[in-house]
Design a protein around this ligand. Structure first.
Ligand code: PHE
Length: 336
């Protein structure tokens, strides 16, 4: 049997052949088992001797099979290694990157953190009270139409701006306070330059004797930090129901540098005006202080709100708002 197996194994070039041989020799109906079946035919004196021999044969067969199996496995491994070319260039793993909106939000929040502001966040599904009423926008106020509100029910809506965080913060804390509230906002609006969801960052600072000059200094320093120290900043009178006076802020155009011309062509970013609008702000209206129980004789404050997509477009020279929402990796990969 041992010789027979040996010559069988000489021809075995794959593991499956070795397995077939194992079954043929050592299996339940294999050659050895067949011999053992005939043990009762022998005389009682012969049986122990033959049984012992059979056991020795079984050990030898097992040894031969195992040895051959190991040899084949080692050969396969060596073959694999021989085909491996360590000089081949590796495959670059995909590397994730932060979305440009996330990057700009983080950068802006970090600047205000450095100025001592706390970061706060709140719900995107908001009550009419926080989004409008507490901000001096009573029902029927015409300025509510400016906002293209998406309603959930009569009283519940998707926040149209981050300004509800002003009311939420003031109802929770006592002055002095300084907070920054980043987040998503929603409006019923969709065209080339508007998306139904976008991002805003709200700022609010309340204390005693806070002045418009401080608002101006804070925002100028902030905008020059984001857009570069050469950036010019302009303040224009405007209107918001929750600030008085209200101001809109422009920065000198990042594309043409403020002279209205790029490469001898009229600048499209600022429409040749040299300025681009960047945020809305103002001194907190005393009516808002009354709604949250602050004494408007004692406290003054300023608030501002800016669109993150707008900042990102100007900062990175992105011409099409839709790129932020398409999630094309060729676009996103540029913001590692
Ligand atoms: N909430 C205003 C908007 O969405 C921006 C703003 C915030 C204006 C704070 C003044 C003060 O347009």
């Amino acid at each position: 049997l041992v010789q027979e197996l040996n010559s069988g194994l000489d021809q075995a070039f794959s593991l499956s052949v070795v397995e077939d041989l194992r079954v043929a020799f050592l299996g339940r109906k294999g050659k050895l088992a067949q011999i053992m079946q005939r043990l009762p035919e022998l005389s009682p004196e012969e049986r122990p001797e033959v049984g012992k021999t059979a056991n020795i044969v079984k050990g030898k067969l097992t040894g031969l099979l195992d040895e051959c199996k190991t040899k084949l496995e080692n050969a396969a491994e060596a073959d694999k290694l021989a085909k491996f070319d360590p000089s081949m260039p590796g495959r670059m793993p995909w590397q994730g990157s932060l979305h440009p909106i996330t990057k700009v939000m983080t950068e802006i929040c970090d600047i205000f953190k450095g100025l001592g502001y706390d970061i706060v966040t709140g719900p995107e599904v908001e009550n009419d009270f926080y989004n409008f009423e507490a901000l001096n926008l009573p029902p029927e106020h015409p300025a509510r139409d400016m906002q293209d509100t998406l309603y959930v029910t009569d009283n519940i809506l998707l926040r149209t701006h981050t300004s509800p965080m002003q009311a939420r913060t003031m109802l929770k804390r006592k002055p002095p306070l300084a907070i920054i509230a980043p987040g998503k906002v929603y409006r019923r609006d969709s065209d080339l330059t508007h998306t139904p969801m976008f991002h805003q960052i709200e700022g609010l600072l309340v204390g005693e004797k806070v002045s418009l000059a401080e608002l101006r200094g804070t925002l100028t320093a902030f905008l020059q930090e984001v857009f570069g120290p050469e950036t010019k900043v302009r303040f224009r009178p405007s209107f918001f129901p929750f600030t008085e006076p209200s101001v809109e802020v422009d920065i000198s155009c990042c594309m043409c540098g403020g002279d209205g011309v790029v490469d001898c062509k009229p600048c499209r970013v600022c429409k040749q005006t040299g300025w681009v609008e960047i945020l809305g702000c103002g001194m907190v209206d005393p009516e808002v202080f009354k709604k949250v129980g602050y004494d408007p004789e004692k406290y003054t404050g300023f608030a501002f709100g800016l669109g993150v997509e707008r900042v990102a477009m100007l900062k990175y020279g992105i011409g099409d708002l839709r790129m932020f929402f398409e999630n094309d990796v060729r676009f996103l990969n540029q913001f590692i």
